[in-house]
Design a protein around this ligand. Structure first.
Ligand SMILES: Cc1cc2nc3c(=O)[nH]c(=O)nc-3n(C[C@H](O)[C@H](O)[C@H](O)COP(=O)(O)O)c2cc1C
Length: 212
């Protein structure tokens, strides 16, 4: 399940950001210990190309992250990557997407003003209608259940610590061992943290609303 394939955010780094009509130097926000409360049942949605470059985001995603729409378009999703997130989670995400599989994860994101927010994110592949090949990726994010965050924070802290000391390969091994100890798949573990089957129902509802 956890391969080491390099995922495609290693594109040339764009150091500039489009703010209205002006091009500004992009400076990664300095994280502050202040949480943004995500409204229950509200959706933070974005759509990317196959490199994770943002092509569309909904109003709530823009509002919560605090960027202007023009600042987000054309940038890769790692614009909101929080340094507390272990690399292995994104490695798993990209491996799933590249194998044409959807993926879900609890994610801590970084807003423009340095605040953070937790979401339960569902990443979905989307096929082109003309040739049925994968054309885009979608992310549907909802407020993360608090109890899930308390648990996953401990695990992410440990994974990050291992990554800093011994690299992503070592954190992958730890994560595999962690799941084996519980005799659980990643999916089952996530369901336990977030409430069984709720993600599926939410995705279905969100997609229905989008194409209404
Ligand atoms: C559709 C889609 C949505 C994504 N959403 C997020 C997100 O909300 N937060 C995040 O940190 N990374 C997100 N990513 C993953 C990023 O592209 C990137 O892999 C991650 O931020 C790690 O960045 P890094 O390789 O620079 O460390 C998303 C990727 C895709 C394809």
């Amino acid at each position: 399940m956890l391969a080491t394939k390099k995922y495609p955010t290693a594109l040339p780094v764009k150091n500039f950001i489009q703010n209205g009509n002006t091009l500004e130097k992009f400076i990664k926000p300095q994280p502050i210990d202040h949480e943004i409360e995500i409204e229950p049942n509200s959706l933070l949605m974005s759509k990317t190309d196959l490199h994770g470059t943002i092509e569309y985001s909904n109003d709530y995603f823009i509002e919560v992250n605090g960027y202007q729409e023009s600042e987000l378009m054309g940038r890769t999703q790692n614009i909101i990557r929080h340094p507390d997130m272990p690399q292995i989670i994104f490695q798993m995400l990209w491996e799933h997407l590249q194998n044409h599989q959807n993926f879900s994860a609890l994610i801590k994101n970084l807003a423009k003003d340095g605040r953070y927010y937790w979401v339960l994110a569902h990443f979905k592949i989307h096929n082109n209608q003309n040739n049925y090949e994968v054309g885009n990726y979608y992310a549907y994010r909802y407020a993360a259940p608090k109890t899930g965050v308390v648990e996953i924070e401990k695990l992410y802290k440990k994974l990050l610590e291992i990554e800093k000391q011994r690299g992503v390969e070592a954190s992958k091994k730890y994560f595999v061992g962690f799941l084996e100890e519980r005799a659980q798949s990643y999916e089952a573990y996530l369901n336990e943290l977030t409430g069984h089957n709720r993600p599926i129902k939410r995705i279905t509802k969100a997609i229905r609303n989008l194409f209404k």
